[in-house]
Design a protein. Structure first.
Length: 201
C-alpha cells in the first residue's frame, strides 16, 4: 500500500488495514478523516514507514486486535483529535515504534493502552507538544516495554503509566517493566507517577 491519499472521509478511517501480513505500507497520507488516520486490526510483520496522519478525528495510528511484530518507522502523527499512536486491546505484542515524529495531538503522543500488550519497543521518537502524556505505558503485564532514546518536550507530562508495580527499574506505578535510563530526554517534568530506581510512586 504505497503512495495513496485519504482525505476528509466523513464517516470512516483514512486507511483501515485488516488481516494483513508481511507487507509494506509506505508514503501514504491520511488527513482530516472523521475516524482514525490508520487503523490496523490483526496485522502482523508489516512495515509502516514514511506515512502521515494529520488532523484526523480519532487516533493518528491505532494498532489493535492482536497485531504483532510490526515496525512503524519515520511516520508523522500531527494534530489528531486523540492519541498520536495507540496500541490498544487484544494483546498486540512485539511492535516497534521507531524514529517517528508525534506532535500536537489532543490525547497522548504514544499510548500503550492495555496491560496485555507486551514486549513493545519505543525507540528514538520525537514526542512534543501533545495535550496528554508524551508516552503513556499501561502495557507489559506479561513482558517488558522498552522505552529508549526518545525526546519528549512540551507535553502535559512526558512519561506516565499505571498497572503492576513490578518493573525492571524498581519504579512502581508502571506495568511490567519500563526500562528507563536508556537515553530518553525529558524536558516537561519527567515521570508523572514515580521516580525510577526508588520504587516510590
Amino acid at each position: 500500500i504505497i503512495g495513496n491519499r485519504a482525505i476528509r472521509n466523513a464517516d470512516n478511517e483514512g486507511f483501515a488495514i485488516f488481516n494483513f501480513e508481511k507487507t509494506t505500507v509506505s508514503g501514504n497520507r491520511a488527513i482530516g478523516n472523521n475516524r482514525e488516520g490508520f487503523e490496523m486490526r490483526d496485522v502482523d510483520k508489516t512495515l509502516f514507514e514514511n506515512n502521515l496522519a494529520r488532523d484526523n478525528g480519532r487516533e493518528g495510528f491505532r494498532v489493535f486486535n492482536g497485531s504483532d511484530s510490526n515496525t512503524f518507522k519515520n511516520n508523522r502523527s500531527i494534530g489528531n483529535a486523540e492519541d498520536g499512536f495507540q496500541i490498544d486491546d487484544g494483546g498486540s505484542d512485539s511492535n516497534t515504534i521507531i524514529k517517528n515524529t508525534i506532535t500536537r495531538n489532543f490525547g497522548d503522543g504514544i499510548d500503550i493502552d492495555e496491560a496485555d500488550a507486551d514486549d513493545n519497543i519505543l525507540d528514538g521518537n520525537t514526542v512534543k507538544n501533545n495535550r496528554g502524556t508524551g508516552i503513556e505505558n499501561d502495557g507489559g503485564a506479561g513482558g517488558d516495554t522498552i522505552i529508549k532514546n526518545n525526546t519528549m518536550k512540551g507535553n502535559r507530562t512526558d512519561l506516565a503509566g499505571k498497572g503492576d508495580d513490578d518493573t525492571d527499574t524498581g519504579c512502581s506505578g508502571f506495568a511490567g517493566g519500563v526500562d528507563d535510563g536508556f537515553g530518553n530526554t525529558f524536558t516537561t517534568g519527567g515521570f508523572d507517577e514515580c521516580t525510577p530506581g526508588t520504587g516510590d510512586e
